[in-house]
Design a protein around this ligand. Structure first.
Ligand code: C2E
Ligand code: MG
Ligand code: MG
Ligand code: MG
Length: 279
């Protein structure tokens, strides 16, 4: 007993450990404040249809317009929000902002394409994300076909029955579903088929392999064949070069996303990419 308490004392007074917890609490409070102060903004990255060369949708990517540190990327705050659960509230803000933006573009008479929204596993498990979406669409008068939900493979394995039900409800509402970062997780092919996903987004790691080795396109070839057989569209993520784009076109990939097409853009800068053709 004496030994154990010795250890406990050591751990309790471990300065680094204490400081790291303290720092997390502070950063979480700061992020909570950012939500209240409306400091989160959305950037939009175009997805181009290979067949036409036109922008067929936009992915909403959250940024934190920090008053002192400038525009922060998700890596600086999403993992923390995931850990503390603040992601649920953050996710609701993102959903509301996307719907408000689509409504504004429509009112301005702009060309409107579907916008995809990243949803974290915790949003499925700790909130009724379908209801949040449905209400946001209604509040802003946006058609369900104008939003798409992206979820990573890991969210599908979390609590299968619960997540499946939520996804089915979304589909009944007419919201398209996409698997994000495909190839990095453990979703089974049968799961993809059962849940009737519309879109498969292949992780950028596979795009990066395309021009490196002779075998670099094997994964894409197999995935595209399978996805098409199951009635899904394939999006290549992280397309950075003309060579990758050309190869993906040859492989019959449906859509491209990446810096070669466009960086993520502020809402006010999306119009030109919606009007142009990349080929
Ligand atoms: P993701 O959903 O896979 O989004 C694609 C990420 O790849 C974005 O990073 C994008 O800027 C980046 N990217 C795009 N093209 C290229 C390219 O050609 N090369 C490379 N190397 N990267 C490229 P970002 O914006 O930093 O977002 C990172 C991740 O944060 C996202 O990955 C997504 O998982 C998460 N995230 C972003 N916004 C939200 C959100 O609103 N809610 C949730 N839950 N997660 C979000
Ligand atoms: Mg995504
Ligand atoms: Mg992705
Ligand atoms: Mg990713």
């Amino acid at each position: 007993a004496v030994k154990t308490s010795g250890k406990m004392n050591y751990r309790f007074f471990d300065r680094d450990y204490y400081e790291s917890i303290r720092a997390k609490i502070d950063r979480n409070a700061e992020l909570r404040h950012a939500l209240d102060a409306d400091q989160l903004i959305l950037y939009y990255q175009p997805r181009v249809e290979v067949a036409t060369g036109e922008t067929c949708s936009l992915e909403a990517l959250v940024r934190w317009a920090h008053p002192a540190r400038g525009i922060l990327e998700p890596i600086d705050f999403i993992p923390l929000a995931e850990e503390t659960g603040l992601i649920v509230q953050l996710g609701e803000v993102v959903i509301d902002k996307v719907c408000a933006q689509i409504a504004q573009w429509s009112e301005q008479g702009r060309h409107v394409v579907p916008v995809s929204i990243n949803v974290s596993p915790r949003q499925f498990n700790e909130s009724d994300v379908t209801d949040v979406l449905r209400k946001a669409l209604l509040r802003h008068g946006v058609a369900p076909r104008l939003v798409e939900i992206e979820l990573t493979e890991s969210s599908m394995t979390a609590d299968s029955a619960h997540v499946s039900r939520a996804l089915e409800t979304m589909q009944q509402l007419g919201i398209a579903l996409a698997v994000d970062d495909f190839g990095t997780g453990y979703s089974s092919l049968s799961q993809l088929q059962r849940l009737d996903f519309d879109v498969l987004k292949v992780d950028k790691a596979f795009t990066a392999e395309l021009e490196k080795t002779r075998e670099g396109s094997v994964f894409f070839t197999a995935i595209i064949t399978m996805a098409h057989a199951l009635g899904m569209r394939v999006v290549a993520e992280g397309v950075e070069t003309a060579g990758q784009a050309r190869r993906l076109k040859q492989l019959d990939c449906d859509e491209l996303q990446g810096y070669f097409i466009s960086m993520p853009l502020p809402a006010t800068a999306t119009q030109p990419v919606l009007a142009r053709c990349v080929w």
